[in-house]
Design a protein around this ligand. Sequence first.
Ligand SMILES: *[C@@H]1O[C@H](CO)[C@@H](O)[C@H](O)[C@H]1NC(C)=O
Ligand SMILES: *[C@@H]1O[C@H](CO)[C@@H](O)[C@H](O)[C@H]1NC(C)=O
Ligand SMILES: *[C@@H]1O[C@H](CO)[C@@H](O)[C@H](O)[C@H]1NC(C)=O
Ligand SMILES: *[C@@H]1O[C@H](CO)[C@@H](O)[C@H](O)[C@H]1NC(C)=O
Length: 121
Amino acid sequence: MKIVVQICVLFALCAVAFSWSSTWGVRNATDVLLFSKNVFQPAIANKVQIVYFDIPETLESNNSVITAIYLQDQFKNSSGPSNNLYYGGPGWTYASIQMRTYTSIGLNVTFVVYGKQRSYL
Ligand SMILES: *[C@@H]1O[C@H](CO)[C@@H](O)[C@H](O)[C@H]1NC(C)=O
Ligand SMILES: *[C@@H]1O[C@H](CO)[C@@H](O)[C@H](O)[C@H]1NC(C)=O
Ligand SMILES: *[C@@H]1O[C@H](CO)[C@@H](O)[C@H](O)[C@H]1NC(C)=O
Ligand SMILES: *[C@@H]1O[C@H](CO)[C@@H](O)[C@H](O)[C@H]1NC(C)=O
């Protein structure tokens, strides 16, 4: 019984430890890497910061539809931001992601965005 509880706690900890990296969509083998970008926001004392990362529609000029967005937290110490897909995303040519930092902690995340050439659709 005790072991079961410990395993549960372990799983819970793991779930928490990785929840600051987020993924939207599923990457298909035919998808191409559209871009990868690091976003850094310095900490502001006693402040929660809301940061938006926009993937502009101009990607459309490259005929790509987003299929997957990977957000990788670079802090890796459980103080990365909590993330929400604000609009767009997989299936669209644009997206906006809202990141909410912890109080007094900035953020350092890497976005990796995959897409599909329109001719595959
Ligand atoms: C990946 O894309 C190809 C071409 O659009 C499609 O035929 C295939 O079903 C897709 N696979 C998955 C797992 O979505
Ligand atoms: C479109 O693709 C070209 C070549 O891969 C690249 O240099 C350019 O930055 C891309 N444009 C956009 C808006 O992503
Ligand atoms: C963000 O994290 C990466 C990977 O840990 C690191 O190489 C980079 O220097 C960091 N960027 C800033 C501005 O601290
Ligand atoms: C996690 O790491 C970042 C960058 O090194 C730092 O700014 C932040 O204070 C750390 N968070 C905690 C809880 O130690």
